[in-house]
Ligand binder design. Structure first.
Ligand SMILES: Nc1nc2c(ncn2[C@@H]2O[C@H](COP(=O)(O)OP(=O)(O)OP(=O)(O)O)[C@@H](O)[C@H]2O)c(=O)[nH]1
Ligand SMILES: [Mg+2]
Length: 212
């Protein structure tokens, strides 16, 4: 299924009732999670795409936490998500599908918050930093255990190894049906495209499971 979306962020001043209200065109509401290890760009992606002012429960990273939460690859990072991020994005030619985006914490010690945040989601976008793919393995395990459809999105950081899709798929041992997508979480366009890839895949899986 093809999806379009408004590529420019709505101007709150242009809509008298503001973008906080759902337009009457909306027919489908879909909860998705954005998952992945510490610092892979979950909060950044939701901030980039959300058409409403996104919400974030973040705490300052402390000196003691630096012993377990390595910032070697993201030295400018000052905060970490401790419960969730939340944003909204409308898709479709006439704005008929709205995505509710929930970002999860990245660390294993926030597992319960991860499970609570992901509850009821229809799909997951697992972000991957190819400089350190192992930090997202636990999130992939959680997503697989949950049984929800998911796609893997490689987030483009400076210094990321340049690998072709076949190599990444093999390295991550991805199922042939799992979409492998590429994005830059700092950019709205490629992040929306990754979410559209996930939605299309999730729809295919649900249609197949529920029959014609
Ligand atoms: N260059 C580049 N930097 C990015 C990208 N995505 C995120 N960053 C930076 O990487 C750092 C970590 O991003 P976050 O969005 O906080 O990562 P997170 O996955 O939410 O992290 P936790 O909540 O701590 O697990 C921030 O300083 C971002 O600005 C990207 O696509 N490209
Ligand atoms: Mg975060």
């Amino acid at each position: 299924m093809a999806f379009a979306s408004s590529r420019s962020r709505p101007d709150p001043a242009a809509a008298p009732d503001g973008p906080a209200y759902l337009p009457s065109s909306v027919r489908n509401m879909v909860k998705l999670v954005v998952a992945g290890g510490l610092g892979v760009g979950k909060t950044t992606l939701i901030r980039s795409v959300s058409e409403t002012r996104s919400l974030h429960t973040e705490e300052v990273m402390t000196a003691p936490s630096s012993r377990v939460d390595s910032l070697a690859f993201t030295p400018r990072k000052t905060h970490t998500t401790v419960t969730m991020d939340f944003g909204r994005l409308t898709l479709g030619e006439s704005g008929e599908t709205v995505l509710y985006l929930f970002g999860t914490p990245g660390q294993a010690r926030f597992r319960q918050a991860w499970l609570d945040t992901a509850y009821g989601a229809r799909g997951a976008l697992v972000l991957m930093d190819l400089r350190r793919p192992e930090v997202s393995y636990e999130a992939m395990d959680l997503v697989e255990e949950s049984g929800m459809p998911y796609a893997v999105a490689v987030n483009d950081f400076p210094g990321s190894p340049v690998l072709d899709a076949a190599t990444v798929r093999a390295d991550l041992d991805l199922h042939p049906e799992t979409p492998l997508l590429f994005c830059n979480a700092l950019e709205r366009e490629s992040s929306i495209d990754a979410l559209i890839g996930l939605v299309s895949h999730s729809l295919d899986v649900y249609r197949r499971n529920t029959g014609p």
